[in-house]
Every structure is written in structure tokens, then in C-alpha cells.
Design a protein around this ligand. Sequence first.
Ligand code: BTN
Length: 271
Amino acid sequence: MPEPLNNSEILNALAACATEQGYAPPTIKVLQSIDSTNSEAARQANASSDGAVWLAEQQTAGRGRRGRHWVSPQAANIYLSMLWHLPTSVSSPAGLSLAVGVAISDALHAIGFTAAKLKWPNDVLVSGKKLGGILLEMHTLGSGTQAVIIGVGLNVFMPAESAADIDQSWTDLGTEHSPDLSRNTLAAQLIAAIRANLREFELHGFTAFKARWQTLDALADKELVLSVGSETIVGRAAGIADDGALLLDAGKGVQSFYAGEVSVRARGKET
Ligand code: BTN
């Protein structure tokens, strides 16, 4: 049984992170069981401070992108949501989920795991298998301020009996990296890395992350199949644009696609 998530241990590990020096720690709430940490963050958003974090041992109605269920068994993985008040300097959060993907990679590097790649727009993969995902949801606060709820799910010690409910090829950090890793340390590294990248995103937008993101691109140069509404488009991945759009060369010039409108898979693979 993995060690339980613990607020003080996460805060202590967070305080030791280099990027946290000089910053006040966020409010962190560890819940035993909740429908979805993103839903809880949305319910509490008006009464919560910027940067507040919710973690849960279990989600009974965890949500993925495109209406998918996120399998969230008890005391096994990381289910984390962070509230971020969108600064007025950020005119559009496009590219933000990619910057959060880079943060997840940074956090994994900090615990010594370097094999994760990013699949546009928001999947964390190891050898083509899903390790984690990001779900961003916009929320308008009572004050009129726009907020983003940044949800991160990472498979750490996925029990075999829960895995039967996962409808895609998956893996976890216990298998890929270490059976002894601490979810509290990992949670702290994730929080520190997301906060650091939000500060950078606030100043420079996605351009600050583009080069790093491209070194992590799981789809680089692959033949892709895109579903855009009822249309299927096949082409070769041509990287990402300065605003985080996926670039596809489908034989008639390079086209841009945005995360809300499209699902992507490498040709010949179910992802
Ligand atoms: C995806 O890959 O489809 C995104 C998965 C996001 C899952 C996380 S777990 C924490 C947060 N709460 C949710 O209900 N979803 C996100």
C-alpha cells in the first residue's frame, strides 16, 4: 500500500524546491474521495486563493478530455487540480496545456524519470502508452475574473483490477520507474513545476516553451490521422506553431489545428 497523501509532507517537499524560494506556498487540500478534483476546484473557486491546489486519494467521477472517464482508484495515483487566475497579460490560454505538459516532464525529471514524451495536446506517454493527461477547464469567477482549472492525472501505482476499465494502452510510474516512489514528493514536484511554468507563461506565453516541447514531441515526423468533426485528415506531423497549434502537412500546405476541435492518433496506432 503506497504511503498516504499528506498535506504537511507535500508542503515540506515543496519548500525544498529551488523554484519555490521567495514565493508563498499555495493552499493545498488533500481529499480522501471526491467526484473530480476539477469539479471541486470549480465549486470552491470563488472562495479560494490563486494557485490553490486540490489532491484526492480517489475520484468517483474523474474526467478526461472529450467526455472520457478518468480511472481514479483509491490511494494509487495522482489526481491534482490547480486554480489559476488568468492574468490580464495573458490574452489567450492557447498553448497553456502544452506548457503544463512541459511542467509534468520537468517534475518527472526531478524524480529521476526521463523517458516520458508529450502527445499533442495533453497526453503524457511512455513508449506510446499513456502515463498521464491534462484537463484544462475555464471558469469565470463571481468577480468576472477568468480562471483556469488545471487538472493533472498521473498513473503511479495503477492496480491491475482497475486497469481493466482503461480504454487505451497505459502504463504507470511504478512499472516504468520505481516501485518505491513517494506520491507526496511527486505531488510537490508537480506543483512546483506547474507554478514555475505558469510564471513563465504569464511573462512570455507559449513561445517560452516551444523549443522544450518539441524535444518531447511523441508525434514528431509521424504519419497522423486527425478527426475533425466528421472529417478524417491524414498527413505528416510538422511540429507546433508559436501559439501551440498542431501543424500537419496533408499534401496541400501546412495546416494548423487547435486542441478543442480535433483528436489525433499516429497512423496504425490506437491512442
Ligand atoms: C485526459 O488525458 O483525458 C485528461 C485526464 C485528466 C485527469 C485529471 S485527474 C485530476 C483532474 N480531475 C479530473 O476529473 N480530471 C483531471
